[in-house]
Design a protein around this ligand. Structure first.
Ligand code: F42
Length: 155
């Protein structure tokens, strides 16, 4: 089921362009972070105040069909705005390459967070530096499929 509502592209040009390329190519182009070659996913969510649709590229941290969303914002001292969007409405769509799935975001803490943090740093090592410079504890969400084992379509 597609996300309904008006799409408000990111004010950051490089983010907006990455989302455009990712989506317009059906998840076959724009799927890595600039020079790193490391994979990126796109989260579609609802803006907590505007109610508009927001799309946020994040590093791909996947384990067993679940994903982590790391609110690092490059080690910025403040949380990204999308962190508050997910807290207000955790229902999202995740695009990983050509595949799109509805998922629900849940902020993790304690041992569960430690485990996902290790996976996140393994997928994208700069997260460790971002945590050192951020002067805040970087939040992590786990994204879990609403339908964990969808039936094959068509036939
Ligand atoms: N950011 C990360 O935090 N983690 C990553 O792993 C990550 C990877 C990544 C890979 C590729 C890429 O292109 C970007 C990547 N980013 C990553 C950057 C990420 O996509 C976001 O740009 C970044 O985290 C900043 O998020 P932000 O939500 O703070 O974005 C700002 C620039 C933004 O879009 N602000 C909007 C604006 O108009 O200023 C507001 C967006 C919004 O959601 N507004 C809400 C609404 O209701 O519509 C609420 C407004 C409010 O005031 O409450």
């Amino acid at each position: 089921m597609p996300f309904e509502g008006e799409y408000e592209p990111s004010p950051a040009q490089w983010v907006r362009e990455q989302v455009e390329l990712y989506e317009s190519s059906g998840g076959t182009r724009g799927t890595t972070l600039r020079d790193t070659g490391l994979p990126v996913v796109v989260l579609t969510m609802r803006g907590a105040r505007s109610g508009r649709i927001r799309k946020v590229p994040l590093m791909r941290v996947e384990h067993g069909g679940r994903y982590a969303a790391v609110a690092s914002k490059g080690g910025d001292p403040s949380h990204p705005v999308w962190y508050f969007n997910l807290r207000a409405d955790p229902h999202i769509e995740l695009q990983d390459g050509p595949e799109r799935r509805r998922m629900t975001a849940r902020e993790v803490t304690g041992d569960e967070k430690d485990q996902w943090w290790r996976r996140a740093v393994a997928a994208y090592p700069p997260y460790a530096e971002y945590q050192e410079k951020a002067d805040r504890v970087i939040p992590v969400f786990v994204l879990e499929p609403d339908d964990p084992d969808p039936a094959p379509t068509g036939g």
